[in-house]
Design a protein around this ligand. Sequence first.
Ligand SMILES: O=C(O)[C@H](O)[C@H](O)COP(=O)(O)O
Length: 382
Amino acid sequence: MKIICAETVLLGDRAFSHAGETVVIPDREICRNDLLDADALIIRSKTKATEELLRETPVKFVGTATAGTDHLDSDWLQRNGIYWCASPGCNANSVSEYLVAGLLTLGHRHGFSLENKTIGVIGCGNVGSRVVKKCHALGMNVLRNDPPLAAVSADPDFQPLENLLAESDIVTLHVPLVKHKPWPTERMADWLFFEQMKPGAVFINAARGSVCDYDALLDAKSSGAVAQTIIDVWSPEPAFRTDVLKLADLASPHIAGHSYEGKLNGTVACYNELCNFFELRKTWDISASLPTPEVPEIEIDCAGRNDEEILLDIIRRVYNIEEDDRLIREAAVHCEIDRARRFDQLRKNYRIRREFHNTELRLHNASSDLTRKCKALGFKTT
Ligand SMILES: O=C(O)[C@H](O)[C@H](O)COP(=O)(O)O
């Protein structure tokens, strides 16, 4: 069996070599010719699995090691008998940790506490539901909006979008990119959306660039309707807009979901699915692939400091979101072609970022409430 694997699939070569001959190709360079004798294609979001790429090839299986599927023409794949799978939830914990790091950093910079602030979470699937839990743990009031989920759930607490926007101090998007009715999300954050937000609120987009109309956000920011923003996803990518970057308090090159675990979960999901599909024995030992965490332990004296200061101090040592902000701003000074190239490079060469559960905290003089918060955010505590 021959497998074509995109270069940014974490440990793709190591994993899929257990299933067949694996050829690794840079994501944007995979072309139809490469697939003329291939059985399977494993990608991330930069490779578009469309008719143009796959027509009249022997490929029977397409796996994407990402949660999002908007780079797949799933209708065409289905109509043409090509099995496809994605990796829902693979990066959910990573994105929720990015959110917590971003919120604490913003609070610290602008002198506000998250406790008792109201956050509106739009999209409550794998990512949004984790964001909800972590925000509750931080003592925030959480409003949730998810029309497709509300339609099938008995939960009466989902809010209409207008209510959520009017009442939230912080609004964060975690919807997939959907272009069709009944619940399209493309450009859902438009002029009306920002007009309906509580004046001076915070806006966060770590979902998909095209879910936001960035011209509308620019207007909302300059009029003061939106006070601060955290932007991880761009429209377009990789040639991100520098005017949008300038308005962002915290920016990053679409890496919210790029923790080591977030990427590896995607590879594992595709590997398992490929083995099931081709009825192969699973011989790849994933545990042998995990590097030793860089920050296995943090010892910290909590006396005389407030919880959010301590949490930010801890999180910065494990994941410093400001480093991502610095790197994308460095890339922004270049011309459009170079900017796009650097955006891709930042993502491809992203540092190893381990999730919070790899770090054990030794807290001295901590209240039981702080210990509870640390645990709820995912840290191990002793
Ligand atoms: O859909 C996803 O899983 C995320 O957006 C992920 O961050 C995409 O990463 P990429 O495939 O672009 O490396």
